[in-house]
Ligand binder design. Structure first.
Ligand SMILES: [Zn+2]
Length: 373
């Protein structure tokens, strides 16, 4: 055993059945690393200043808690709102990882063996890993929390392949092209349902039903928590509507199209920069710059999991601003309120600038067409 790694571990000591003292070293994610008999070495370590966790070992997990596994952090918030003290929620996609490209770690798959239910939400990694998630715990029910929701296709931006104006695209690609596109969109439903308060209400019901099925004894408690959560969502919804009321300019640009359902709920229009998770090509970037200027867009939202390079390029060209908003938030209600304030401020500023910018833009746009195309 080395002292060097101890910052990442904590230890528990106790008397075992035959009354001999034992010490177990855990990593911070509760995985047992090594079991030691209580020894001079352990005592020495425990007294050592480097051994931070020793004085206050975490409370051992109680057996009664329901172990629920979810894919992303906002779901943890939802389950905890309804399950309260009765649930222990594991999250697969850790902060900084993208649910689109995430791969579960072997240790996470092993810990699934203890899960009483998996609450899926339709993010890409679930589809790719579903067989292995099932294999890790064949008895574990996998609940689709998007059931009962109106799902929409992933918003794709409308870059014409030849660099033509997007308004013309439908005429030029024709009916056949549209049909093909519709087919493609069907398998490409937007997974970002947790950013729509209306859809979170539906999801909350499903989580409630799941918890009641697993633990009927605490039904009344779950019902009370659900009602309180639904009331909070109603209030959030009213706040969002109020913040966005009267704003004329309702378009915004975002690198990764996470806010499609939010836009759908509140009559906003999202313009996505990325194309299938990739940075746009030089031609697409030029198109986006023209579009941002034409639409009078001054702010581009980005999120921590994705590159900000193209967003910064566009912002520079339109003399705009890049703002980071995190859709994989852990405190959902608070973050939704903060994000709404950002949206409202940005859109209100754009609305105020409408008239002078449209005049300047028509001139700028004309010269840009020559340079960029
Ligand atoms: Zn996403």
């Amino acid at each position: 055993m080395t002292v060097l790694h101890l910052k990442d571990f904590y230890a528990l000591s106790w008397k075992n059945d035959n009354h001999s003292q034992k010490i177990e070293i855990f990593s911070m994610d509760n995985q047992v690393k090594k079991s030691y008999r209580w020894s001079v070495v352990a005592i020495a370590l425990c007294l050592g200043a480097a051994f931070q966790g020793c004085s206050q070992p975490p409370a051992p997990k109680t057996q009664e808690k329901l172990d629920i596994t979810v894919s992303i952090l906002p779901q943890k918030y939802f389950v905890e709102r309804i399950g309260g003290e009765n649930v222990n929620v594991n999250v697969m996609v850790q902060p900084g990882d993208s649910p689109h490209t995430y791969e579960p770690k072997p240790q996470q798959l092993r810990s699934l063996a203890e899960a009483e239910a998996y609450l899926s939400i339709g993010v890409s990694f679930e589809k790719a890993w579903m067989d292995r998630l099932k294999a890790a715990n064949p008895k574990m029910p996998i609940i689709d929390t998007t059931q009962g929701m109106k799902l929409l296709p992933m918003v794709a931006h409308h870059h014409g392949e030849g660099g033509h104006e997007h308004e013309d695209e439908h005429d030029e690609t024709g009916h056949k092209g549209e049909e093909k596109a519709a087919e493609k969109l069907k398998e490409n439903l937007d997974p970002h349902v947790w950013l729509s308060p209306q859809r979170v209400k539906i999801q909350a019901q499903t989580i409630y039903q799941t918890l009641v099925e697993l633990d009927p004894e605490n039904q009344a408690q779950y019902q009370a928590a659900l009602d309180e959560f639904l009331a909070d969502i109603e209030q959030l919804d009213a706040e969002i509507r109020q913040s966005l009321a009267g704003i004329q300019q309702r378009k915004f640009m975002v690198f990764h199209p996470s806010w499609g359902y939010f836009a759908d709920d509140y009559g906003l229009e999202m313009i996505s920069i990325e194309e299938g998770g990739q940075e746009p090509s030089a031609a697409e970037l030029a198109q986006l710059i023209s579009q941002a200027k034409a639409e009078n867009i001054r702010v581009i939202f980005v999120q921590p999991e994705f590159s900000t390079k193209s967003a910064e390029t566009i912002a520079q060209e339109i003399n705009g601003e890049v703002i980071a908003i995190n859709p994989l938030m852990s405190n959902w209600l608070e973050e939704m309120q903060r994000v709404t304030q950002k949206f409202a401020r940005v859109l209100r500023e754009n609305s105020a600038l409408d008239i002078p910018l449209i005049m300047a833009n028509s001139r700028l746009l004309a010269s840009d067409e020559l340079v960029l195309r």
